[in-house]
Ligand binder design. Structure first.
Ligand SMILES: *[C@@H]1O[C@H](CO)[C@@H](O)[C@H](O)[C@H]1NC(C)=O
Ligand SMILES: *[C@@H]1O[C@H](CO)[C@@H](O)[C@H](O)[C@H]1NC(C)=O
Length: 357
């Protein structure tokens, strides 16, 4: 009786082990390499716990924010809205697009906004025309997982593709695989041509131009750094590292009025589970079981933003180290001495006065 039970149990355990091995090695969606994913150490200040919550309840998970010349604040939400906050304090549901994949965006020089849609490509939204797709294909292939965009004064549009291998809903697989599948592209609307500025970028995320537009910056999320590609001057055409060893994984980056940059840093790992990234086998296991993945991803545990000078040094840093008031802040934009914060885990736009922060 007892021995039958043991035999039964052990064959059950064996069957489970075989199934797991098959699942892990034959059906794993990733081909990983080991890469240390621990961010640079930093101390907690919890200053983001003092933010003012704008439009609480109205703004669902705004990945990015922008402010136009008139001081109108725009937020693009997970449920497909472009909502805006007028100077008089009123929120307006401006335009709606049937999409839950809208990501980074920028104000366009001739009015309206240019928005990345991870499924559809680059969109333009204006008062008159609503949403139009401005770029849906590159070299005959569908443009997927465009993440952030900036427009230069010569009309060129620089934008990032997070990964040519994984889609938005599988973004963490790109982190686990740790091979660089991202790109920085340039679309020239007058010639209707798109070219590759940088290839093999690690999780290409936020994009910004320097104040003089002499270089373009693209952030490599799981490498904790941002690259600088020179567009003008002696170094034109070359690429170097603008900032390295960040205390969090860079998401969106925005030019500040003084020529420095604000970068939102996300927390990629959960404390105590960083080791998942230390071995191929644990990466395969996490990638194969979405429920496990939920424990591994640490984005909702805190929020951090940094102000980085053009020499790559961190000038200021604010965080909600406990994720108490906000977390998963993906965008920080300075306007008239305030920071505006977009978050994929909040239902408001955060506003932090900088003069007394
Ligand atoms: C731009 O090029 C794409 C193909 O790359 C084409 O489908 C589209 O019609 C072109 N648009 C214009 C305005 O010429
Ligand atoms: C388009 O394809 C050509 C030929 O393979 C290649 O040289 C070019 O870099 C590609 N452009 C983009 C934007 O992928």
């Amino acid at each position: 009786m007892a021995s039958n039970l043991i035999r039964g149990t052990s064959s059950w355990v064996l069957a489970v082990l075989v199934a797991l091995t098959v699942q892990i090695f034959y059906f794993s969606p990733i081909d990983p390499v080991v890469h240390d994913i621990r961010p640079a150490p930093s101390t907690k200040d919890n200053k983001l716990q003092n933010i003012i919550k704008l439009g609480e309840g109205l703004v669902k998970e705004a990945e990015d924010v922008a402010v136009d010349k008139e001081g109108t604040v725009y937020a693009v939400t997970r449920d497909g809205w472009v909502k805006r906050l007028r100077r008089n304090g009123n929120w307006e549901d401006w335009k709606h697009m049937d999409s839950n994949t809208l990501l980074g965006f920028t104000t366009a020089k001739d009015g309206g906004l240019i928005i990345c849609d991870a499924d559809k490509g680059l969109l333009k939204v204006t008062e008159e025309d609503g949403f139009i797709v401005i770029l849906s294909h590159v070299n005959g292939s569908e443009l997927r997982f465009a993440n952030d965009v900036v427009e230069a004064s010569d009309g060129n549009i620089y934008f990032s593709i997070v990964s040519t291998k994984f889609q938005l809903q599988d973004w963490y697989l790109d982190v686990l695989e740790a091979r660089s599948h991202g790109q920085l592209l340039r679309y020239n609307p007058s010639s209707n041509e798109t070219d590759i500025v940088l290839d093999d970028v690690a999780f290409a995320n936020g994009v910004a131009l320097s104040k003089d537009e002499d270089y373009v910056v693209v952030c490599e999320t799981w490498k904790y750094r941002c690259l600088r590609h020179w567009l003008k001057g002696e170094k034109k055409g070359t690429t170097d590292i603008l900032i390295d060893n960040l205390p969090g994984a860079p998401d969106n980056i925005n030019l500040a009025p003084d020529g420095s940059f604000w970068i939102a840093l996300v927390q990629l790992t959960t404390e105590g589970l960083e080791f998942v990234h230390d071995y191929k086998i644990t990466k395969h296991i996490a990638a194969s079981f979405p429920r496990l993945l939920n424990f591994v991803i640490g984005t909702k545990t805190k929020a951090t933003v940094v102000n980085v000078a053009t020499d790559g040094k961190i000038v200021r840093k604010f965080d909600d180290g406990d994720g108490k008031v906000t977390s998963f802040v993906t965008s920080a934009l300075e306007f008239e001495d305030h920071l505006y914060l977009g978050s994929l885990n909040s239902n408001f736009v955060g506003k932090l006065p900088l003069y007394n922060a």
